[in-house]
Design a protein around this ligand. Structure first.
Ligand code: SIN
Ligand code: FE2
Length: 214
């Protein structure tokens, strides 16, 4: 049976590794601004359920902002400087995105973070993200900064091998997970999002995943 990490409360942090931690409620004061930014991005680069190289349609709906965006189709996973749906460049980071990412990274011990990509994931209730490693980036140590908004979810946090045991980490609106350095290549995923309605986000969980790709 997996451990359940007991959150320390807003302003606290949960340590997940030497260079991995949850900053509890870190994005809460900026959540409305971030949700407004997500709406702006989605209006220009609509959310889409991508197809994996194996032909499976992903449950999570995705889009991107920043210089590069993560995408997937039958040809493979990759970063692209244009939205394959429209052929246009991805929208720039909306107001507040970059400072949130750099502030959270610095708070977690990674000063000078310069992400060039932000994947936006939208989870409807029942949607999950299977265990994986973020390995399509050139930089193998710069942190991932992952912001949870809307409905709560359970994050699965594993080790460097897929078969390593996982722990279950509750993530709420405004929590930020940062992992880099020695912990950068650890497996992670999201359990099916329970049904619910969030006052600011409706019946969805949103996740912003900042990465330094190049
Ligand atoms: C991801 O691994 O890309 C997303 C994680 C999350 O939604 O919390
Ligand atoms: Fe990931």
């Amino acid at each position: 049976m997996s451990d359940l990490f007991a959150p320390a409360g807003p302003g606290g942090r949960t340590l997940l590794g030497r260079q991995a931690q949850v900053l509890l409620g870190f994005a809460l004061p900026r959540a409305d601004c971030l949700l407004a930014g997500i709406a702006q991005v989605i209006a220009r680069a609509p959310l889409r359920q991508l197809t994996t190289p194996g032909g499976h349609v992903m449950q999570v709906a995705m889009t991107n902002c920043g210089l590069l965006g993560w995408t997937s189709d039958r040809r493979g996973y990759r970063y692209a400087d244009r939205d394959p749906g429209s052929g246009r460049p991805w929208p720039a980071f909306p107001e507040g995105f970059l400072t949130l990412a750099t502030d959270a990274a610095a708070e977690a011990g990674f000063p000078g973070y310069r992400p060039d990509a932000c994947l936006i994931n939208r989870y409807a209730p029942g949607t999950r993200l299977s265990l994986h490693v973020d390995r399509d980036e050139d930089d193998p140590v710069a942190p991932i900064v992952s912001v949870s908004l809307g409905l709560p979810a359970t994050f699965l946090w594993g080790g460097l091998a897929r078969s390593d045991r996982t722990v279950r980490v509750p993530l709420a609106h405004g929590d930020v997970v940062v992992w880099g350095g020695a912990d950068r290549m650890r497996f992670h995923g999201v359990l099916p999002v329970p049904p619910g309605t969030h006052p600011q986000a409706g019946a969805f969980r949103y996740n912003l995943t900042f990465r330094k790709v190049r």
